[in-house]
Design a binder for this molecule. Structure first.
Ligand code: NAI
Ligand SMILES: O=C1O[C@H](COP(=O)(O)O)[C@@H](O)[C@H](O)[C@H]1O
Length: 262
């Protein structure tokens, strides 16, 4: 049997998108600081695989990480408006604690939930709203320097750099997924920026599945669906990870029924 994959922040939106589609794909260990109701647990995951802890609790984190082949690290404060003390503790200190435990216990791959907000300041007044539209050719591809929108974005850029350090000094394989805008069922309505960076639930799960299965050294990729409207390139995710998205925000006029699979 394969060694388990640890999913932090398992009870949140991204975690549930992953578990809904990949519940039976891997042996899971789940960690969240909030208790997970039975409805949030995939079949086959029992109480022994679920850990209720803060990611800054070093001793518990080491115990949970030990024996895992990969970590998908989602736990953190996801609010673009989050204050510094929260992102410092939950996003920066928490991510460093996870990475340190990962290298100390021999984890092979670390998948980090970064964000569009690590590069939000590329969306200048001169470029917007044109860059959100189909006929605009401006693209970010992951090779650009961070330009955070806010302190939350600073914390995500810092998480990417922490991953770089642990890759370079400890040979941990690290992929940073700059997630766009995950919404269930359909793209954001009346929000061009959100439609350009929509990530459907099933594309989200598929992308993180590829992050666990593919071989890489250190990568930064964008996590969006195959939207016609986009300013993030998904070529690197296709090339290195084998990402093959199924959804495209252009297929939605806004009048369709909600399909919970997407
Ligand atoms: N939802 C989205 O569209 C995007 C999400 N992200 C990132 O993806 C990750 C997950 O986001 P969501 O699922 O939307 O957020 P969420 O708030 O729905 O889920 C986060 C989960 O992490 C847990 N958590 C938070 N701090 C923790 C800590 N210190 N220790 C243990 N558990 C903790 C929470 O209890 C929650 O269950 C976050 O890191 C976020 O920054 C990035 C870009 C877009
Ligand atoms: O990083 C994140 O980004 C998404 C999209 O950002 P928004 O500014 O367009 O709302 C956000 O919904 C999510 O909460 C956040 O973690």
């Amino acid at each position: 049997m394969d060694e388990p994959v640890l999913l932090t922040g398992a009870g949140g939106r991204v975690g549930q998108a992953i578990l809904r589609h990949l519940g039976e794909r891997f042996e899971w260990r789940l960690l969240d600081r909030e208790p997970l109701s039975n409805a949030k647990l995939p079949a086959g995951v029992d109480a022994d695989d679920v850990f209720i802890s803060d990611i800054t609790d070093d001793a518990t984190v080491r115990h949970v990480v030990d024996g895992c082949r990969a970590v998908i690290h989602l736990a953190g404060d996801p609010r673009p408006e989050a204050p510094w003390d929260s992102v410092l503790q939950n996003n920066i200190d928490g991510t460093q604690t996870m990475l340190e435990a990962a290298v100390d216990t021999g984890v092979e791959k670390f998948v980090f939930a970064s964000s569009n907000h690590a590069v939000g300041a590329y969306e200048t007044d001169a470029r917007t709203p044109d860059m959100y539209r189909t006929d605009d050719e401006f693209r970010l591809d992951g090779t650009e320097l961070p330009r955070p929108s806010n302190l939350y974005g600073v914390s995500k850029a810092t998480g990417e750099v922490l991953g770089r350090y642990y890759h370079d000094h400890h040979d941990l394989s690290v992929v940073n997924v700059r997630i766009g805008n995950l919404t269930e069922g359909h793209p954001p309505i009346d929000y061009e920026r959100g439609q350009a960076m929509w990530l459907s639930y099933r594309d989200c799960a598929h992308l993180f599945e590829r992050c666990v299965l593919a071989d890489y050294d250190y990568e930064i990729v964008y996590g969006i669906s195959g939207n016609d409207r986009r300013y993030y390139s998904i070529e690197r995710a296709r090339e290195v990870l084998g990402y093959d998205p199924q959804d495209n925000s252009a297929e939605w006029s806004g009048d369709e029924h909600v399909d919970g699979d997407r």
